[in-house]
Write a protein that binds this ligand. Sequence first.
Ligand code: G4P
Length: 200
Amino acid sequence: MKLLKDKIASEGIVLSGQVLKVDSFLNHQVDPKLMQAIGREFTRRFSDEPITKVLTIESSGIGPGLMTALELDVPLIFARKQKSLTLRDDVFVEKVHSFTKQVTNEVTVSRRYIVPGDTVMIIDDFLAHGEAALGLARIVEQAGARVAGIGIVIEKAFQQGATRLQEAGYRVESLARIRSLEGSVVFEDEPADPSLTCRS
Ligand code: G4P
């Protein structure tokens, strides 16, 4: 997605060979027009799926997740990392370990909001090792619902997340795929974006 890659190239800050800082448009300050374009692009890519819910995880998944849900005209659910005040019986719970942050969170989703028969699109801002997406997919399956696919804003293709998700049988659509962060951002080559095709 050219708009996103241009934004990463102009505003992304490489913090190390492993971590990209995108606080100016995704992880702290949020660019609404870019989120809207991201929502439209995920909707276009998953137009063959009868999606009934979008599922993401707090906090940075909420921006792109909400704009995708708006475009699809379905509800957005965000998994919580904070302990719920409601009874444990009311929620699906999965442990999600972050290798990047070296913490394990118990993420929860109310049983009221994902139900058998739902077709769920999972959205997240970054894909690194795939732990968050796999945890969300397990929650969808606990609910007896189906995962339509996993939409990622920025995939770090030099880490194992996409391979793990694909090996687990999930369709992964990443809008920007980063090959390396050694000094500067290098993107994976991608097929031409059809939305940029000239029309006569
Ligand atoms: P994984 O789910 O794919 O295994 O990823 P990992 O555990 O390694 O990532 C955990 C957290 O770190 C996530 O945020 C993820 O978005 C973030 N993260 C991973 N790699 C990068 C990176 O290169 N740059 C930035 N900016 N963030 C990265 P989180 O804990 O869920 O926080 P937030 O959503 O509240 O921001």
